[in-house]
Design a protein around this ligand. Structure first.
Ligand code: N01
Length: 536
């Protein structure tokens, strides 16, 4: 599309998992669409997150679209836990298979979207001068996005003589780390994946760890031909299970409570699951997050594994998980993370006891010691969920800014719509369960619900749909009520917004589980979009 004013029925923002499927669905329904994407190609998070070791910690056979059996049969995953290049290839394959590129504009960041109440149209503008008048906008901008990175405001960063990078904005051409002294700040899911790979390349690696994570071995491996064939033959059952699971995973829920077995048996079950690897390591007992005794046993088991792997006791005592309960922050998967600390050129700094004070031209000063560095890697995460919405100047009725509405915390109805912002719908918006689940399964739900909503409006002469203030307020309050009393309250995390200084401590995700969420969204739709104001 050339610059200049255009019109269409729907603008989709973002070409990741959500935007690709949204564009396909709306086109199938006969809408004229334009998708804008800031990146050079499709992929979303999987386009930007090219840091060494970037990998998915959901298994490939269910970290994908389920809507097309042809695509499921034609695509073959090579590994149990797919790396960034393979997921990016998969998303390119889907975009080509569905012939979507003609309606996509790349390297065009949406900067503003302004609603006109008289014409009931939005005007969308991009960084490259596109201007589109549209009836619908669907955001597919992700909750952990490079548009809203969390870059700690460390004094002196501008004086650093070396190079620095945020993992979410890793250069496409890669970064030459060979022979260099590298510092990594952050040990969340990203840092844990990047650290072993960076250690392979760098001459020296210093890890600045503020909070040690609970980490399970991924035990990644290539997929055998028979395994792939069996999965492809069983997809109907796999998706049935995934949709019945509160986290969108095709796993059987654990059968036992901790008190059902002896301590020896519990240890044996944990050892078995540790050897198998993957997210199921914490799915041995039903009550691991609700029974303090069950949780203490699991936490002790994790710490024992760390002390067994990490040879230096002082290093082990820094990196072993502690200070908050298992599950209160996101659990991570690793590939030889703890083993990395046995290498003579890898060091860890306890940045809780010795906080980072400043960046100097030579490196990072923490706890009074200067660590000399050539490269600093910020694996410091994101201004999650509300950050990407605040990065775009959305203005709804009466010129109200969405960024102002979100300043005190997340607000949305059904995690997909905003009061005062007609015909603006969000895949995985604020107060949505997506980021607490297997994300593609959540995305497919939201995309299909939004596509049905648009089709229903068109069939019923509804020109504008938006949630009532009351419905949005009730859903937003329910989001906070669901987290009250849960273990999430016992830690600081991006889910609470507490990773970003000044961000209100409000939980960003709806914790009711995907099955209950589906039911609530379906019930609202069946009741002719209960909770929404309809203009005809
Ligand atoms: O970010 P994070 P992430 N000084 O916010 C530390 C998804 N993901 O990019 O915990 C020192 O979790 C911070 O310390 P603390 C996944 O949902 C998915 O790692 O705040 N340290 C923490 O250690 C994940 O949860 C995959 O004390 C500072 C780290 O930086 C989400 O993305 C792969 C600091 C940030 O951890 C975000 O993960 C990777 C400071 N000033 C990620 N500021 C998949 O597999 C922050 N930190 C799909």
């Amino acid at each position: 599309m050339s610059n200049g004013r255009q019109t269409c029925d729907a603008v989709v923002i973002g070409a990741g998992f959500a935007g690709i499927y949204m564009l396909h669905k709306l086109r199938e329904q006969g809408l004229s669409c334009r998708l804008f994407e800031a990146g050079r190609g499709v992929g979303g998070a999987w386009h930007w997150n090219r840091y060494p070791g970037a990998r998915c910690d959901s298994e490939s056979y269910f970290y994908c679209y389920s809507f097309s059996n042809e695509i499921l049969q034609e695509w073959t995953w090579s590994e149990k836990f797919p790396g960034q290049p393979e997921i990016e290839r998969y998303l390119n394959f889907v975009a080509d298979r569905l012939d979507l590129r003609q309606d996509m504009t790349f390297e065009a960041r949406v900067t503003s979207a302004i609603y006109d109440e008289t014409s009931q149209r939005w005007t969308v503008k991009t960084s490259t001068g596109d201007e589109v008048e549209t009836r619908w906008i669907v955001t597919a901008i992700g909750g952990l996005s490079t548009t809203a990175p969390n870059l700690p405001d460390i004094p002196g960063i501008e004086s650093f003589a070396g190079e620095w990078y945020h993992t979410g904005h890793w250069p496409h051409e890669g970064v030459e780390l060979g022979g260099k002294r590298v510092g990594v700040i952050g040990t969340g899911s990203t840092g844990i994946q990047a650290i072993p790979e960076i250690a392979r390349q760098a001459a020296e690696l210093t890890v600045f760890q503020r909070t040690p994570a609970y980490i399970m071995p991924a035990r990644n491996a290539p997929l055998a031909e028979e395994e792939v064939a069996e999965t492809k033959a069983n997809y109907a059952e796999i998706w049935r299970k995934a949709r019945a699971h509160r986290g969108g995973q095709p796993y059987d829920p654990p059968e036992f409570d901790f008190s059902d077995v002896t301590a020896e048996e519990a240890r044996r079950l944990y050892e078995e699951s540790w050897e198998r690897g993957g997210l199921r390591v914490v799915q041995v007992f039903k009550d691991v997050y609700s029974n303090p005794e069950s949780a203490r046993f699991a936490e002790g088991f994790f710490r024992e594994q760390v002390r067994r792997i990490v040879q230096d006791p002082e290093t082990a005592s820094i990196v072993e998980p502690k200070g908050y309960p298992l599950g209160a922050k996101r659990i991570a998967l690793d590939s030889k993370y703890y083993e990395t600390f046995n290498l003579p050129h890898v060091h860890v700094v306890d940045a809780r006891a010795n906080p980072i004070e400043e960046v100097t031209p030579q490196g990072i000063r923490a706890g009074g010691t200067l660590y000399e560095l050539d490269v600093i890697v910020f694996a410091t995460g994101y201004d999650a969920v509300t950050g990407p919405f605040k990065a775009i100047d959305f203005r709804g009725r009466h010129g109200v800014r969405l960024a102002d509405r979100l300043a005190d915390g997340p607000r949305a109805y059904l995690g997909m719509s905003f009061a005062g912002f007609p015909n603006l719908l969000a895949v995985s918006g604020p107060c949505n369960p997506a980021l607490s689940t297997n994300v593609p399964v959540s995305i497919e739900h939201d995309v299909e619900w939004i596509a049905d909503c648009i089709a229903w409006c068109d069939a019923n002469g509804v020109t504008a749909i938006e949630p009532t203030e009351e419905a949005e307020e009730a859903w937003s309050q329910e989001t906070q009520a669901k987290v009250a009393g849960s273990i999430f309250e016992q830690a600081d995390s991006w889910q609470f917004g507490s990773n970003v200084p000044g961000k209100p401590r409000r939980f960003l995700l709806w914790l009711g589980g995907l099955t209950a969420f589906r039911e609530r969204c379906a019930a609202a739709a069946e009741a002719d979009y209960e909770g929404f104001e309809l203009t005809r």
